[in-house]
Design a protein around this ligand. Structure first.
Ligand SMILES: Cc1cc2nc3c(=O)[nH]c(=O)nc-3n(C[C@H](O)[C@H](O)[C@H](O)COP(=O)(O)OP(=O)(O)OC[C@H]3O[C@@H](n4cnc5c(N)ncnc54)[C@H](O)[C@@H]3O)c2cc1C
Length: 441
């Protein structure tokens, strides 16, 4: 194998190119902007932030704080740029977006092992199978390349939109109100956790839902495509009882403790085998985050719900990774092609960066004939790899940001929340250090 080719100079592509080059590989990085822009990017700079300038919480014992520490321990270019261009933002790490992208662009251009080529890559077939090709073209991958990927993967393997329901921390659910059961006792009989509502509770929830503030739809996010994954508030707007005949239907469910038949039910499905987090089935939404917090907390059982992830709906190109990706981010059908960034089915600036870092490490090691080491699933980056390539995925694979729900519980439980988080973080960092030590040898 001769060279690493990286397609896409966003957060993940820049990180991948820089890491592979730092590990000794010769890298060619392709970026289509400014010749061809995406719907959201505004400049021709590398590592442009398409929306918020916040890289989320910087608290060391938060999930985003943990992934930052892992990236920094690995010498991440994106984290170096973020620290160098930080602006005051309370407990968050926010950056001056112009300076941030300029920093990344300058570092890439100055790197002796990286050649930067501006232009769209429309096909993957021209790359030598002896090379390592990292596809890091992001949620707004150019249409021509997306079509090519769809052909390579076949059938329904490329998603274009993301309809995400909120995810709740299992410990914050009131189990006096919620009960386990499957509709008509199907499956395991208790596969779902059900939050029952009486007529008054439904009325309150319904009115708050339809009156809540929504995120403004961008002009490229066509409403028409959402018939198959309609936001709950849009469905509610069609009539007061539409939800009761749809995702909130009460049929086939009875709380055996009270023997009361609910008027409406929100069903929660476990996100992982340990059942540390639950997803609100059918509650994909475009409500603003603060409104989601208020509206869903009206549901009995969720009065104190802690949101690990809020719902959203947006254009997002990503592949069905559990079916198509190996743990080293190569395509099962074409192992010289690595997939990195948001297109792998992670969600968020840092999560995308992390997938770029790993792809860069793996590609550079392969070039030197070395095996890949894998981060343990107890680390933030390893837990994301588990999420996108793990077997325990529902049929309809959904992207995820980093959250503590992805990390396995401690072997010895700790009740105090702050201490528990610190222990999870310490456990992750110890494993991460080992991974870096093995990978940078
Ligand atoms: C509108 C929008 C808003 C978002 N807001 C946030 C947010 O506020 N916070 C957050 O954490 N995450 C946000 N995300 C999600 C995600 O974290 C970011 O999109 C992130 O930039 C993804 O990193 P990436 O490297 O995978 O993709 P990108 O950063 O988008 O990089 C992909 C790069 O590939 C280039 N490219 C595409 N096709 C080709 C091609 N064929 N040839 C050559 N180059 C190509 C693009 O021009 C781009 O530079 C948002 C996503 C979108 C779409």
């Amino acid at each position: 194998m001769s060279e690493v080719f990286v397609i896409g100079g966003g957060l993940s592509g820049s990180e991948a190119a820089y890491r592979a080059a730092e590990l000794g590989a010769s890298v060619t990085l392709y970026e289509m902007r400014p010749d061809k822009m995406t719907e959201a990017h505004r400049t021709g700079l590398l590592g442009e932030l398409v929306c918020s300038n916040s890289l989320r919480s910087d608290a060391p014992d938060s999930a985003h704080g943990l992934i930052k520490q892992e990236l920094e321990a690995a010498g991440s270019l994106i984290m170096e740029a973020a620290r160098a261009t930080a602006v005051p933002a309370g407990g968050c790490l926010a950056v001056d977006r112009g300076l941030f992208s300029e920093f990344i662009t300058a570092k890439i251009k100055a790197h002796p092992k990286i050649k930067l080529i501006y232009g769209e890559v429309a096909s993957l077939s021209s790359f030598d199978r002896e090379a390592a090709v990292i596809v890091a073209t992001g949620p707004l991958t150019s249409l021509t390349l997306a079509e090519e990927l769809q052909k390579i993967l076949g059938g329904q393997s490329l998603y274009f939109y993301d309809a995400i329901s909120p995810i709740i921390d299992a410990e914050s659910i009131d189990y006096e109100k919620a009960f386990f059961a499957s509709r008509y006792g199907k499956g395991g009989g208790d596969d779902y956790l059900n939050c029952p509502m009486n007529a008054d509770e439904y009325e309150l929830f319904y009115n708050s839902l339809v009156n809540a503030d929504k995120v403004t739809v961008r002009n490229f996010e066509d409403e028409k495509v959402f018939e198959g994954c309609m936001p709950i508030e849009v469905m509610a707007g069609r009539g007061k009882d539409t939800l009761r005949f749809g995702p909130l239907k009460p049929v086939g469910l009875m709380d055996l403790r009270t023997q009361v038949k609910p008027y409406a039910v929100i069903q929660l499905r476990a996100e992982n085998v340990e059942k540390t987090s639950y997803n609100l089935v059918g509650c994909q939404t475009r409500l603003k985050y603060a409104e989601q917090f208020n509206v869903f907390r009206l549901v009995p059982g969720l009065q104190k719900a802690e949101f690990l992830r809020y719902g959203s709906i947006h254009r997002n190109t990503y592949i069905d990774s559990p079916r198509h990706l190996n743990k080293d981010l190569t395509l099962k059908s074409m192992p010289h092609i690595y997939i990195a960034g948001q297109i792998t089915g992670v969600e968020g600036y840092l999560e995308s960066t992390a997938m770029g870092l790993l792809a860069g490490i793996y590609a550079a090691r392969r070039l030197r004939g070395l095996d890949a080491a894998y981060p343990s699933p107890l680390t933030a980056c390893g837990s994301l790899i588990e999420h996108i390539t793990g077997a325990a995925q529902p049929l309809n694979f959904q992207p995820s940001n980093i959250n503590f729900g992805l990390l396995p519980p401690l072997s010895v439980p700790i009740r105090d929340k702050a201490k528990k988080r610190q222990a999870v973080v310490a456990r992750a960092l110890a494993d991460w250090e080992r991974f870096i030590e093995q990978s940078y040898r």
